[in-house]
Design a protein. Structure first.
Ligand SMILES: Nc1ncnc2c1ncn2[C@@H]1O[C@H](COP(=O)(O)OP(=O)(O)OP(=O)(O)O)[C@@H](O)[C@H]1O
Ligand SMILES: [Mg+2]
Length: 231
């Protein structure tokens, strides 16, 4: 489904991601792990077309998307939930979801009711402005906005950052429901337990490179991996 090969990302002369490769099958989930500055965000933002690629190739469902714009990649079926959520704070919940349907062009959008069925809390807050929501509600809205475009692959950048455990547990339960319908996931995380709840396999990044691959459970169980690559 997704094939990333030898991807590099640079900011001027600073190399943030070097020679990064992985594959993801249809409906599969993978976690990209690593500490602050490892290159996780740079890698996924370049895959979804938000950052230029210095080198490498990305194909999705057999099509070369290496040089496609972010808006084209959305229409190919990849949706992204950014680390900082990037909501328009003046838009209400409903307006945010409706605005996202404009990004679909050619794909039929998922209506607000389906998003509300997944995140009932958003329905209760549908006329509230995004800026007045709690952190957890904002994360639900950012995920809901991504799902409006009916993706086959959802990329989540640090879903758990700054959120209380209870909210994270509820968001994970909702994501598991949609996973059951065949949605593939890339989960960027620093928190190994959250990664384990959503993905079996992982790639650990350090200083821009993939340094370890295996199951998330094995990474959690290995003191040397935790000590070498996490805080
Ligand atoms: N806009 C930028 N300009 C220059 N360097 C940047 C920029 N954004 C990131 N970097 C650098 O690229 C490297 C990778 O950063 P990136 O944000 O991809 O890491 P990350 O793994 O997502 O970290 P975090 O867990 O803190 O979000 C770091 O050395 C960072 O300082
Ligand atoms: Mg990041």
């Amino acid at each position: 489904m997704l094939e990333v090969s030898r991807l590099s990302v640079q900011y001027g002369r600073v190399v943030a991601v070097r020679d990064f490769s992985f594959q993801l099958g249809s409906g599969e989930a993978i976690a990209i792990l690593g500490t602050n500055g490892a290159g996780k965000t740079s890698a996924v933002e370049s895959i979804v077309g938000l950052l230029p690629k210095a080198a490498g190739m990305v194909t999705f469902d057999g099509r070369d998307i290496t040089r496609q714009s972010a808006s084209t990649i959305v229409r190919e079926g990849i949706a992204f939930v950014p680390q900082l959520r990037e909501l328009f704070f003046d838009f209400t919940v409903e307006e945010t979801l409706l605005a996202a349907s404009a990004a679909c062009r050619g794909r039929s959008p998922v209506g607000p009711d389906e998003i509300f069925a997944l995140f009932p809390r958003l329905e209760e807050r549908k006329r509230s402005r995004a800026g007045n929501l709690s952190g957890g509600e904002q994360q639900m809205l950012a995920i809901g906005r991504a799902l409006v475009t009916r993706p086959t692959l959802l990329v989540l950048d640090e879903l758990s950052a700054g959120l209380a455990q209870g909210i994270v547990t509820s968001v994970i339960a909702s994501l598991k429901k949609i996973r059951a319908n065949g949605l593939a996931l890339i989960v960027v995380e620093q928190n190994l337990e959250i990664a384990a709840a959503l993905a079996e396999q992982c790639i650990v990044m350090s200083v821009g490179e993939a340094v370890w691959r295996g199951s998330v459970k094995e990474a959690i169980g290995s003191e040397s991996i935790r000590n070498s690559f996490f805080r």
